[in-house]
Design a binder for this molecule. Sequence first.
Ligand code: ADP
Ligand code: MG
Length: 239
Amino acid sequence: MSATIDINSVTKAYGALTVLDDISLSIEAGEFVVFLGPSGCGKSTLLRMIAGLESVDKGTIHIGGERIDTLPPGKRGVAMVFQTYALYPHMTVAQNMAFGLENLKVDKAEIDSRVQSAAETLEMAHLLDRRPTKLSGGQRQRVAIGRAIVKEPKAFLFDEPLSNLDAALRSRTRLELAQLHQRLGSTMIFVTHDQVEAMTLAHRIVVMHDKKIEQIGTPMEIYQRPATRFVAEFVGSPA
Ligand code: ADP
Ligand code: MG
């Protein structure tokens, strides 16, 4: 499953501090889009607004043509993967993956089959009975991704999912994410401050800076034809 995501003139402030100013962006179904920008530029806030974890002050968000910014998070058809994994230590891997589905009233046999299938996709079927405390960082990250897959979302939202991994594991997991995207064909938004991650993963990169979108383009366009001095300096292109 995959869907378009349309963000239209979205604005967000925390008290007197505006953090996103009139952001518009259309994402195609099945596209892999990276939000790239320095810490504090509003990437997570924008992602959390799509997920329904933050409210939208002004503007609208549509997924698959349906307006979702007024819907509760569970009804938006998106699944978010966090940097910190957010796993429950007292539950097994299988229970962690199943957790969100029980709330969505998916029946038991269907839950078991989705968990099994996601575990096989992520090559972690042998870990299903373990607890998160007995897993490595990379394995925990897979469980967090598995928990998103079993929801069969229209879009996956990743907030810096690799930044807690060491360099070797980061590049391996990056490759696995690209493969996962090919296999599932879902719309994916991936937030990072790392230019290399953005360049290697994205169909299109959205470069963000100081409440605004600086440029939207393919990695090649961003690198070869940076629209602003900020973009040129941030992606390190030879402008
Ligand atoms: P990024 O993910 O790009 O690092 P964030 O979206 O987390 O940026 O934050 C954007 C800005 O909003 C920052 O200035 C941050 O301090 C501020 N901010 C984020 N969340 C909150 C909040 N809950 N309350 C107040 N300010 C916040
Ligand atoms: Mg962030």
